[in-house]
Write a protein that binds this ligand. Structure first.
Ligand code: SF4
Length: 456
């Protein structure tokens, strides 16, 4: 009997093209790898991944698309081409989960929440010719997460992805994680994570968890058990992760993380000002205190790990001077790599609801305008400055922060503080992705860093 054919699609937003110049800035669509793992063997599975190839129509029995808010317009375009052929399209991911009423105008089925619950039901109903408009379910315990099918991902991905936890109890007002993955921090069994890790082809990867160390001892012990397991099993891969600032307050954890291959940690710094943190309910940073940031970053670096600090520009507490001061703070700080993003109210967050209520969103021609919801476009009316003033001060800040000479100096400083060339290169690469976006050039084409550090 011939197999049924499932086409999975990872759409791309054209706004991210500059960011994606460098292959190292592309990460595989882990959610689709999980969907593939949940699909029985009597299906043939094809992945069309626009991180590497533009979509061209591929015949299918069923189509599954994932999307963020910034890629949903593209997802709807692709869905339309299948719907004209009467091929059913399922849309999942965070945007469809937050705005199912919108999504169901463009696709046949909306999968809300986590695929482990919805996908088996969707396949069952497809086979029985009784597909419904929507599927949703309660949050699962993470022992039910299958090993993602990593060999489905495009072979040119240089950095793979894996997940060990879901959910966050912190409820920062701008963040869609608690709305999507819930407010309970759930952990995956350590053995399952390690077994999946051993199936990954690349020697570098990204822990996609929003906070790999959580907010209590049990969560930190879970992370330590994973790091210990990697060391015991001899899994020799370099990686980066995202964590709250308390990552730097546990030296045993830092030792283990480094030995297990951690080279970079992304920390949501957001702002150097207490009132700004209060305005967004960033409790983890408030607990640590802004005056302790630099000390904590320095401890992380002493353990051989570099710090990628993320900052938000355009908060309601921000004036033109505040943006200038934040840029100065960043330039004078000991942070190794910097991501600045423009405050972007994402559907499903309190920030989004507030901006809608106050009529301060300026990109509301949906779905076209969803492409602008990626952190690099001004789509708000700022509270304390005009949009033009904001744009100008932001451009000045970005040009200073991502200046190529400065980035080279930063890399050498990271090398001095962490004493690890690979760590310095990870931090530089992160900066290079943002540089490419700001200047629309590939910094690495001019600086042959991979040769300098001998990476093949
Ligand atoms: S920004 Fe981080 S700490 Fe805040 S709610 Fe989101 S995941 Fe949790």
């Amino acid at each position: 009997m011939s197999k049924k054919k499932l086409v999975l699609i990872n759409p791309r937003s054209h706004h991210r093209v500059g960011f994606l110049i460098d292959k190292e800035s592309r990460y595989p669509p882990l959610g689709l790898g999980i969907v593939a793992a949940l699909t029985p063997d009597d299906w043939e599975i094809i992945l069309i991944d626009e991180n590497f190839q533009n979509f061209t129509f591929e015949d299918a029995d069923l189509v599954g698309i994932t999307s963020f808010t910034s890629t949903v317009k593209r997802a709807y375009e692709i869905a339309a081409s299948y719907r004209t052929h009467n091929i059913p399209v399922v849309l999942g991911g965070i945007h469809a989960s937050m705005l199912p009423e919108e999504a169901e105008q463009f696709v046949d089925v909306v999968a809300i929440g986590e695929a482990e619950i919805t996908w088996p039901d969707i396949l069952f109903d497809f086979e029985n010719n009784q597909l419904k408009k929507r599927y949703s379910g309660n949050l699962i315990t993470l022992d039910k997460v299958p090993q993602a099918t990593h060999n489905l991902f495009h072979k040119e991905y240089e950095i793979d992805s894996i997940q060990t936890t879901r959910g966050c109890p912190m409820v920062c007002e701008f963040c869609s994680v608690p709305g999507f993955n819930g407010k309970t921090y759930r952990t995956r069994p350590v053995e399952n994570v390690l077994a999946e890790m051993e199936t990954m082809r690349t020697d570098r990867f990204f822990f996609v968890d929003d906070n790999i160390v959580g907010y209590n001892t049990a969560a930190r012990n879970h992370a330590k058990a994973i790091f210990n397991g990697m060391i015991d099993r001899g899994i020799k891969k370099d990686w980066f992760c995202q964590a709250s600032i308390n990552f730097g307050q546990d030296e045993e954890l830092l030792d283990l993380a480094y030995k297990a291959g951690c080279r970079l940690v992304l920390i949501g710094v957001e702002s150097e000002k207490t009132d700004a943190l209060q305005s967004m309910n960033k409790r983890s940073n408030l607990k640590v205190g802004v005056d302790n940031y630099q000390k904590i970053f320095s401890i992380i670096q002493q353990h051989g790990i570099s710090v990628l600090g993320t900052f938000i520009m355009g908060l309601d507490t921000d004036s033109v001077n505040d943006i200038k001061n934040r840029a100065e703070y960043i330039i004078n700080s000991n942070i190794d790599a910097i991501q600045i993003s423009i405050l972007t109210p994402f559907p499903g967050t309190k920030t989004y609801n507030d901006f809608i209520k106050e009529g301060r969103l300026t990109a509301t021609n949906y779905p076209e305008d969803w492409e602008k919801y990626w952190g690099g476009d001004i789509i708000i009316r700022p509270a304390k400055m005009s949009a033009l003033e904001f744009k100008q001060v932001l451009q000045e800040a970005a040009i200073k922060i991502y200046d190529s000479k400065r980035l080279m100096q930063l890399m050498l400083r990271t090398l001095r503080t962490t004493k690890n060339p690979k760590t310095a290169l990870w931090a530089f690469s992160a900066n290079a992705h943002y540089h490419n976006m700001v200047f629309e050039t590939d910094i690495k084409k001019h600086i042959k860093l991979n040769k300098v550090f001998g990476r093949s």
